[in-house]
Write a protein that binds this ligand. Structure first.
Ligand SMILES: [Zn+2]
Length: 473
């Protein structure tokens, strides 16, 4: 029963390290006794010592390897497991997890005017910051949204209670972006000329965007691909990076050929071929499979049609109240014209146990994994049915089901995420002088990636927080 929420208390409390009265004072903390996976994929360090100096790692090794200064706060972490903080390399701050932020998929403007939703999302990213930290996620990459999302990068960096943020801003696309257009901001910019693309790249790069994303290509349209090429050249000139949403093999090949650093979805129309694997390997293109976001839409439509609610598997109480209310009131739209009888019948036939992804996506991921192509974890959170924060567990579990070892998944969810955000020098692995972003787990994530759910503490920028298990009524 979700109607009476008796305990909505604080999700995360600052527990072990209090703010220093004197900012110039150097504070040392050491975590002792845990098994550490440093994010590089090698053997774990057992009975470890992780010495933290203010917000950075000062020393990491086995017991006795670090010289511990007098006055260091000692935290006994024996029996626990430490990994770098998780990174969700594909999410969207402008999206809520339901259709109010996707009027193109189901128009709820009468109930939730999109301009108001967009403004709320711009002004209230903190609830998602909490949700992400509470889920063990210390870095997120917003790979497409309104131009304000780029400003979150700096804002979050200066906020000691926020994950690191990278953001791309508006997307270049062959289609008109009307459903998302506001008089003052946009999500989609139609790439109608070379000039449009070049100006867009100049503007977004000057704003400091991390990447410029193309929402679909038209591989067989020479004119369109000339515009893509012009924008891609400009991206290179500005030392920015190209991101492409490409779900068919021919689009994905065109993307890699055009210099994409990151493909943000699986190839899902057919099994990939050797040519594609070789291209990916040669260029070092990063592959983000987003295995479950597609089915998330179906799950959300089913909730709207009053067939089944969107499941919220959230033992740590990470999902914010506004999102909970939005999700649990989905069935108010059961008579929406989008939900025709024919569509409802298809929704009825969906089985959430077996239909959350496709065999083609799983097989393509396995092929690229075995070929050694860099793979990154990203959920596409914010899309209907894919909730911020907690969706990372479902996504990682599905990647494991594709045949990826949990040990390699740790790297994909940490180091590779930082590399994708272009922040590999700052975080993503636990090494001397990197930021102290890490998580403590009760169970071994290298045995089964499901154990990422056994999160007990999160350290962000050197500050430790305890994740409280919330009892809900
Ligand atoms: Zn996306």
């Amino acid at each position: 029963m979700l109607s009476h929420n008796l305990s909505f208390s604080v999700i995360i409390v600052t527990l072990l390290i209090s703010c220093s009265a004197n900012q110039n004072e150097t504070e040392y903390t050491v975590l002792k006794g845990a098994t550490v996976f440093d994010g590089n994929g090698g053997e774990p360090i057992k009975n470890s010592e992780v010495l933290i100096r203010n917000d950075r790692i000062d020393c990491i090794g086995e017991a006795g390897d670090c010289s511990i200064p007098m006055g260091t706060e000692v935290i006994d972490a024996s029996g626990k497991f430490i990994t770098p903080g998780l990174i969700d390399a594909h999410m969207h701050f402008f999206q809520t997890g339901f259709f109010d932020s996707r009027p193109d998929a189901m128009d709820l403007n009468d109930t939730y005017p999109f301009p108001e939703i967009a403004a709320y999302q711009e002004q209230n990213p903190e609830r998602y910051y909490d949700t992400y930290l509470c889920s063990g996620i210390t870095g997120v990459y917003d790979v497409g949204g309104m131009s304000w999302s780029v400003a979150l990068q700096e804002q979050a960096e200066e906020n000691s209670r926020a994950p690191h943020v990278a953001a791309a801003g508006p997307l270049l696309t062959p289609v008109p972006g009307a459903p998302f257009d506001l008089p003052s901001d946009r999500v989609l910019v139609q790439l109608d000329s070379e000039e449009t693309g070049v100006k867009m790249v100049q503007y977004m790069s000057a704003l400091g965007s991390t990447g410029v994303k193309f929402w679909m290509l038209r591989a067989d349209d020479e004119d369109y691909m000339d515009r893509v090429k012009a924008a891609a050249n400009e991206i290179e000139k500005h030392d920015n990076q190209m991101i492409v949403h490409a779900t068919s093999l021919d689009q994905a090949k065109a993307a890699v050929e055009s210099g994409a650093k990151l493909l943000v979805h699986s190839v899902s129309d057919q099994l990939i071929d050797d040519e594609f694997v070789e291209m990916m390997k040669e260029k070092g293109t990063i592959y983000n499979p987003t295995l479950i976001v597609g089915a998330g839409y179906t799950v959300a439509y089913r909730a709207a049609a009053d067939i089944a609610p969107i499941p919220i598997n959230d033992p740590n109480g990470c999902v914010d109240q506004r999102t909970r209310e939005l999700i649990t009131s989905a069935a108010q739209f059961k008579d929406h014209p989008r939900l025709s009888d024919q569509f409802k019948e298809r929704l009825q036939n969906f089985d959430p146990e077996t239909d959350m992804t496709t065999d083609i996506m799983l097989q393509n991921l396995k092929t690229l994994y075995e070929a050694g192509v860099p793979i990154v974890v990203g959920t596409d959170a914010g899309n209907p049915g894919t909730l911020h924060g907690i969706s990372i567990y479902d996504e990682m579990e599905m990647m494991q089901q594709a045949g990826i070892s949990p040990k390699d998944l740790i790297v994909m969810a940490t180091k590779n995420g930082a590399m994708t955000m272009n922040r590999q020098n700052d975080f993503g692995t636990l090494e001397r002088d990197k930021l102290a972003d890490l998580i403590l787990l009760e169970s071994d994530p290298s045995e089964d990636i499901t154990n990422m759910r056994s999160l007990s503490h999160v350290m962000i920028k050197g500050e430790m927080m305890e994740v409280i298990k919330v009892q809900r009524y």
